[in-house]
Design a protein around this ligand. Sequence first.
Ligand SMILES: [Zn+2]
Length: 295
Amino acid sequence: MKSLKSVTFLLILSAFSTLKAQNLPTGTSWTVTQNKKVKVHTYMSPSAMFANTSHVIELKNELIIVDGQFFAPYALELKEFTDSLGKPVTRFYVSHDHPDHYIGFGDAFPNVPVYALAETKAAIEQAGQGVLEQRQAQFGPMIASKLNKPSVVQQPGEETIGNVKFIFEKSVNNESAVSLLIKLPELGVYIAQDIVYNKIHLFIEGDTKGWETALHQIIKDKTYQTILSGHGKEGGIELLNENLNYLAFVNETILKSKDKEEFKAAILKKYPEYGGEQLVDIYLDYYLEPNTWAK
Ligand SMILES: [Zn+2]
């Protein structure tokens, strides 16, 4: 999901009314897969709150987290989950610089070293504090009081951590400008984050060619059967084709529609079971502006 410059009124209302009722919907966590050396778990916020995922890689003596939520209460739930595993969190990875992946965890994990690609680290250093303050003004106590910014640059390449092989790769011009991919070949796990959505509306800003290329690259990489997404549950290779079909339908529908209402109606009709409808509103209000549509 992109930077959510102004999240919809609808979402603000629903977030605050649920907060008031002290009845914020809770997230869920589960174990995705494991072998003798490593387990991979996912924590996910509710689908009305973007179904943001944080993945927890459990090694023999330590935990590594990938991505840290948008809303602070969900980062605190993630902390409860990692506490329940009884091992220290030694690294916190941020996959890309969209706020739903890095603004949530500053209070829940204030002292864990945060790792990111050099580009992501620089982008958050430059804009992160301003983004945090803007969201605090919009959402009040739903937003963390501070950031824990990336302090360690992750270079692309291979690394063995806790006796488990990790492969770090940089992908560009997909759903975001730069993103970190993390692969665990011994488990067949591919942590793709926002290149892959699962039953959540994909966040469309314009041209999707680079995104499609990134999906095709994952399909080619035959070592991996378990694809971890940034929004929604994990899936197999079929998820990649689903995302490609979704993007193709979006591009077709952009050409066939005369305005945003017609476009949105067609997307919701084609994908009635998908969550994250407010993501469609956000990108239609602030990002996607085909010049063929009526203003
Ligand atoms: Zn996202």
